[in-house]
Design a protein around this ligand. Structure first.
Ligand code: 5AD
Ligand code: SF4
Length: 426
C-alpha cells in the first residue's frame, strides 16, 4: 500500500512540479519519508531518520513525513522534529503538490474522500503495477492501528478501475496487483451511487482486458472467503494461483480476542475448499505471536494450522501494542512475557523453514509458467541468470540462458537448495 502511495506522490511531483528522482539525499530539493505504523519498531526509527536527513540535506531542501505515522501523529511530528516542513497522511497523498508549497502544512484528515485515486503514470511502469481497489478498513481488529490511520472503507468505482487497468496495459504492464485492506469485501461501500458489484465480479471484468496476462491481489480477509469468491479464483485463468490469507492466530480463543470474526475451524475449512478447487495453490500468511492472553495451548493451535496448511510464505511478528487500538488499553497482567513470545516466534519460523525445504523437494520435476521479472548478465566468473515467479507465486531462478523481462516461459524445476528453486526452460 505504501509503495503504491509513494508511486502516486512521485508521479504527481514529476508531472506537475517537474521533480526527478535522485538516490542521493544530499542533492535532493525534497525528501519524503513514507512511514508505516503497523508495528512500533519502524515508527521508533522515524525520528532518528529525520535527524539524519536534516544533517545531510542541502540548505533550503524540504523534508516531508507521509503515510500512516503522519496520519496518527499529525502536527506532533513537527513539534518533535522542527526540521520537518510538512506532514501528509496516508489518505491524503493526492495533496502532495499542494503541501509542498504550504510551510508547516499538516494534512491528515481521514474523512477526506480521496476522489483523486487516479494518477498519471510518469515513471517507467515496468511489467508489474499496483492498483488500489479500495481504501481504508471498517474492521476493528483489537491490535490494529490501520482503521485509525486510513479511515473507513471505500471501494473505487469499477469504470475507473477498468480505465486505469487498460492504461497500465497500454503502457506495457502484464501483471496487476490489486490492493486493499480487505480486497474481497470490494463493493460494500462506494463514495457515490454505483451499480452493485462484488470482488468476484471485479475479477471477472478485469479478466476481460486484452493484453493483461496476470492478476494478483492482496489481501483478502478469511471471513469474506465465500464459495463464490473461491470459485472465481479457481476459474479465472488470469488470476494467479497464489493467495495471501492472513491467519493471525490458530487459536479460536485468541481470534475471538483479536475480533477477527472467524475461528480456526472456519479458516481450515476455507483452506480445504480452496485446495480442493486449486491443488497447486500457493498460500502465504501473516501470524502474530504473543497476543495478550496467548497460552502455550493457543500457540500449539497456531503450530497446528502451520502444519496443516504448509504456507509457502510466512510473515510473522511479535505482538506490538499500538496507540488507538483496543488491546493497547488491556492490563499488564494479560500481556505475554517478551522472552516467551520470542521463543514462540523462533519455533514458528524454524518449523516453517523446515516445511519450505521439505516442500521444495516435492517441486522437482514440476512445470510452471514463469513471468521473467529480473535478469542478470554473467559477470566476473558468476553465471548470468533470469528469475521470475510462477503462477502460484514461487520464485524460480533459471541459469541456462538469458531471457527478457516480461516473457512468460514454461519452466521445469530441476533443483532446490533449502527453500530456493532452480529450473530450466522446457
Ligand atoms: N503487532 C504485531 N503485528 C501486527 N500486525 C498488525 N498490527 C500488529 C501489531 N499491533 C501484523 C498483522 C498484519 C500485518 C500487516 O501486520 O499480522 O496482517
Ligand atoms: Fe487491520 Fe484487521 Fe483491518 Fe486488516 S482487517 S487492516 S488487521 S483492522
Amino acid at each position: 500500500m505504501n509503495t503504491r502511495d509513494s508511486d502516486h506522490m512521485i508521479s504527481e511531483l514529476e508531472k506537475k512540479e517537474g521533480y526527478i528522482l535522485t538516490d542521493k539525499p544530499s542533492e535532493a530539493d525534497l525528501i519524503l519519508i513514507n512511514t508505516c505504523s503497523v508495528r512500533e519498531k519502524p515508527e521508533r526509527k522515524l525520528f532518528s531518520e529525520i535527524g539524519q536527513f536534516a544533517k545531510l540535506k542541502k540548505p533550503g531542501a524540504k523534508i516531508g513525513v507521509c503515510g500512516c505515522t503522519a496520519s496518527h501523529m499529525g502536527e506532533d511530528i513537527i513539534k518533535k522534529a522542527p526540521s520537518v516542513d510538512f506532514v501528509l497522511g496516508a489518505r491524503n497523498v493526492s495533496k502532495i503538490t499542494e503541501v509542498i508549497h504550504r510551510p508547516k502544512a499538516v494534512e491528515v484528515s481521514i474523512d477526506y474522500d480521496d476522489s483523486t485515486y487516479v494518477y498519471d503514470i510518469a515513471r517507467n511502469t515496468g511489467i508489474k503495477a499496483l492498483l488500489n481497489i479500495s481504501i481504508g478498513c471498517d474492521k476493528k481488529c483489537a491490535y490494529c492501528i490501520v482503521p485509525h490511520t486510513r479511515g473507513k472503507e471505500i471501494s473505487i468505482p469499477l469504470d475507473l478501475l477498468l480505465r486505469e487497468a487498460k492504461k497500465l496495459v497500454d503502457n506495457g504492464v502484464k501483471e496487476i496487483m490489486l490492493l486493499g485492506q480487505n480486497v474481497n469485501n470490494y463493493g460494500v461501500r462506494f463514495s457515490d451511487k454505483h451499480p452493485k458489484i462484488n470482488f468476484s465480479g471485479l475479477l471477472s471484468e478485469l479478466g476481460k482486458i486484452e493484453g493483461l496476462k496476470r492478476i494478483r491481489f492482496t489481501s483478502p480477509h478469511p471471513l469474506h472467503m465465500d464459495d463464490e469468491f473461491l470459485e472465481e479464483f479457481a476459474r479465472n485463468p488470469k488470476v494467479c494461483k497464489s493467495i495471501h490469507i492472513p491467519l493471525q492466530s490458530g487459536s479460536s480463543k485468541i481470534l475471538k480476542a483479536m475480533r477477527r470474526g472467524y475461528t480456526k475451524e472456519w479458516y481450515l475449512d476455507r483452506i480445504n475448499r480452496l485446495k480442493s478447487l486449486v491443488p497447486e495453490v500457493g498460500i502465504s500468511t501473516d501470524i502474530i505471536v504473543g497476543f495478550p492472553t496467548e497460552s502455550n495451548e493457543d500457540f500449539e493451535d497456531t503450530m497446528d494450522v502451520l502444519e496443516k496448511v504448509r504456507f509457502d510464505t510466512l510473515y510473522s511478528f511479535i505482538y506490538s501494542p499500538r496507540p488507538h487500538t483496543e488491546s493497547a488499553s488491556w492490563s499488564d497482567d494479560l500481556m505475554v512475557d517478551a522472552k516467551v513470545a520470542q521463543d514462540r516466534l523462533a519455533r514458528l519460523q524454524a518449523r516453517h523453514r523446515e516445511i519450505l525445504s521439505e516442500d521444495a523437494k516435492k517441486e522437482i520435476g514440476k512445470i510452471h509458467n514463469v513471468l521473467i521479472e529480473n535478469t542478470k548478465e554473467a559477470f566476473d566468473g558468476m553465471r548470468g541468470f533470469s528469475e521470475g515467479r510462477s503462477d502460484n507465486g514461487r520464485l524460480i531462478k533459471i541459469f541456462d540462458s538469458m531471457h527478457s523481462i516480461g516473457e512468460i516461459l514454461r519452466v521445469e524445476v530441476t533443483k532446490c537448495d533449502g527453500g530456493s528453486l532452480f529450473g530450466r526452460v522446457c
